[in-house]
Write a protein of this length. Sequence first.
Length: 157
Amino acid sequence: MLWIPEDFSGFTQDSELVGKWVCEKSGGSYHQGATGIGIVKHGKLEVGIMYDGYTGRGGSIMMSSRCDNPKATSKWFYWAIFDYPFNQLGVKRCSVLVHENNERALNLNKKLGFVGDTVIKDYFPDGDAVLLAMYKKDCKWLKESRNDKTLGTRTST
């Protein structure tokens, strides 16, 4: 189970709720056993991350996301979503798949630190997928301590 400190309000670990909500927009499907975490504001999910395809310690994991309100995130949230796969699960790599025409998602993932890995031709019914990756050694969000006072501040993303 994902470890989240008690002082982080608005955080949910209801994997099924978050997973179905994330997949609702992407057209994917939630699979039992996937882990989902999200931010709830005023009783409504505003940001969610779903982890799936975990290959084991030293391996990799896939991440899917949905963000209806970028202002709901914080540096602390970004620290938490990367601490889980890299430190708690022990993976070397996190991957995301993005439709080639989804400029908003491509830009956000690149801003977070993901880099282009490859293009998967005809992955989606209407186009290609871009596979992006982030390695633990390159994750800027883990370089800050959870106890750092700046983690609670809003980001500009």
